[in-house]
Ligand binder design. Structure first.
Ligand SMILES: *[C@@H]1O[C@H](CO)[C@@H](O)[C@H](O)[C@H]1NC(C)=O
Ligand SMILES: *[C@@H]1O[C@H](CO)[C@@H](O)[C@H](O)[C@H]1NC(C)=O
Ligand SMILES: CC(=O)N[C@H]1CO[C@H](CO)[C@@H](O)[C@@H]1O
Length: 457
């Protein structure tokens, strides 16, 4: 295994790897020396007990698996790990978690340890997380953001909360290719958190798939072998996707919601769709309409699910990208979201209050999904937030209620709710009484009450 190590002088972070297809530039002059390593354990041996390590990646896309695996071997203790997530057991950060080496993560093992109080943890909205790291790299110690206002215990000013920047002692980064001088390029959306983390740590250790001839920024490079790129939830396009199928009653309920949700799309709009019902609505976008789909992991111009042989782990959810799509890092992606440049946000909910408060990330003592990007997605008053969900829980508990009992994702942020029973309109076979029974709060009945519309087949 060929690997190389760069030793750099302190905090000079110099190059920036940009664009797809190998466009990158050097930002400034810095001095460094290079040494080569053949073993990932050697590459991480300077990581001592108690330091802070930033770990790149978004789900399984672009994670420095060889390096986190090597950390496990060095047996280092008491690390503070800063990471977007590490959700698949025994891969990446999970390895460290199960051996109790770190304090932060997000996965099943994490959930178990967190709930049992064994793990010290701080969960941060994904976009805030990306920005705290970007700010750390840019020397901005703290900033105000609308994300999480009214939900997170933070210092408040007007409608914003104060978030402190994050820097690390080490960044473990996964890139695609590096040259002999240490310039690196990322592939597709695999730049995600790798790019901002790169700049926010004193020492970078970079794992690449290939080292090419004649770079910077890097202290330590290691070439991983036999890359097995994994996709967490592979979805493949199936015959008949986008057509009505209503065999089972459960499907029928979903389909109603999906088809109504599809009417929210307008030609030329930018939309971010949560997984599940919301994303399925995109199957019904009329072919004479262009809707630009944005995704948190750094894609604008998402296409349909790939065919069997087109799946690409460097595009996480295994979606395809359309011609003319753009790819960017996670901090850039959330700047777009918080900045209100995405017209329509469609996502699911566990509870919604009559004031439009949204809860969808945690059930006390039971489920800790993490808020992911949801707090950021609902933080801009400029974006229309549409919730698609079943009207009640499986056990028939109310989901639309006076006041949410679960931890909030956002306050007064929901503009429209679409369920199988109602929107601001009614499905024809239901009466207002039926809906009142399934709803935990009073509501006004519109004078323009009419049967609920849905997209034609
Ligand atoms: C995102 O972070 C990268 C790396 O720190 C930086 O080059 C880029 O300008 C940032 N984008 C935004 C919108 O802040
Ligand atoms: C798209 O095509 C349908 C018929 O296929 C038509 O009813 C509709 O008006 C068209 N929409 C636009 C925006 O052109
Ligand atoms: C992410 C990851 O762990 N990548 C590779 C690291 O190196 C080993 C072989 O040395 C591969 O099997 C992994 O796929």
């Amino acid at each position: 295994m060929a690997a190389l190590k760069f030793l750099s002088s302190g905090l000079q972070l110099c190059a920036s790897a940009h664009g797809s297809g190998g466009a990158w530039y050097k930002g400034c002059v810095c001095s460094f020396s290079t040494s080569f390593y053949t073993d990932p354990v050697e590459a991480v041996k300077d990581i001592a007990d108690g330091v802070t390590v930033l770990v790149g990646g978004f789900q399984l896309c672009g994670i420095p698996g060889n390096l986190t695996g090597a950390l496990l071997k060095t047996g280092v203790k008491g690390l503070t790990a800063v990471s977007n997530n590490a959700r698949v057991d025994y891969f990446g950060l999970d390895l460290l978690l199960s051996s109790n080496q770190i304090k932060l993560g997000e996965n099943e093992e994490f959930e178990r340890q967190y709930l049992s109080g064994k793990l010290e943890v701080e969960l941060t909205p994904q976009g805030t997380h990306a920005e705290t790291i970007r700010a750390g790299g840019a020397g901005v110690p703290a900033f105000y953001t609308p994300t999480g206002y009214g939900t997170l215990p933070r210092e408040v000013r007007e409608h914003f909360i104060l978030e402190e920047a994050i820097t690390g002692d080490f960044a473990l980064v996964k890139a695609w290719k590096a040259d002999q001088a240490g310039n690196v390029i990322f592939r597709k959306s695999a730049r995600n958190f790798n790019l901002p983390m790169w700049k926010a740590a004193e020492t970078m250790v970079v794992e690449v798939e290939e080292i090419v001839d004649i770079g910077i920024y890097v202290y330590c490079l290691i070439k991983g072998e036999k890359y097995e790129k994994r996709i967490e939830h592979l979805s493949i396009q199936k015959e008949g996707d986008g057509e009505a199928k209503s065999a089972k009653p459960g499907n029928d309920v979903r389909e109603r919601i999906i088809k109504r949700a599809a009417l929210e799309f307008e030609d030329g709009m930018y939309a971010n769709l949560g997984i599940g019902i919301s994303l399925l609505a995109s199957n019904f976008i009329s072919p004479n309409m262009t809707v630009h789909l944005q995704s948190e992991n750094g894609v604008l111009g998402l296409g349909l699910y790939p065919g069997q042989h087109e799946a690409d782990a460097d595009l996480i959810n295994a979606v395809t990208v359309l011609l003319g799509a753009s790819l960017f890092s996670s901090n850039e992606s959330f700047a777009m979201i918080r900045g209100g440049h995405v017209d329509l946000i469609m996502l699911g909910a566990m509870q919604i209050s009559k004031y439009g408060d949204l809860a969808n990330w945690m059930i006390h003592g039971k489920i800790v999904k993490g808020m992911g990007g949801a707090m950021d997605l609902v933080s801009s008053a400029k974006s229309k937030v549409v919730v698609t969900m079943k009207h009640s829980t499986k056990g028939n508990a109310h989901k639309i209620m006076e006041k949410c009992t679960l931890p909030l994702t956002g306050k007064q942020c929901v503009n429209r709710i679409i369920t199988e029973k109602a929107m601001s309109d009614l499905w024809e076979d239901l009466t207002v009484d039926d809906i009142q029974k399934g709803t935990g709060c009073d509501f006004a009945v519109s004078p323009k009450l009419m049967p609920m519309q849905q997209i034609a087949n």
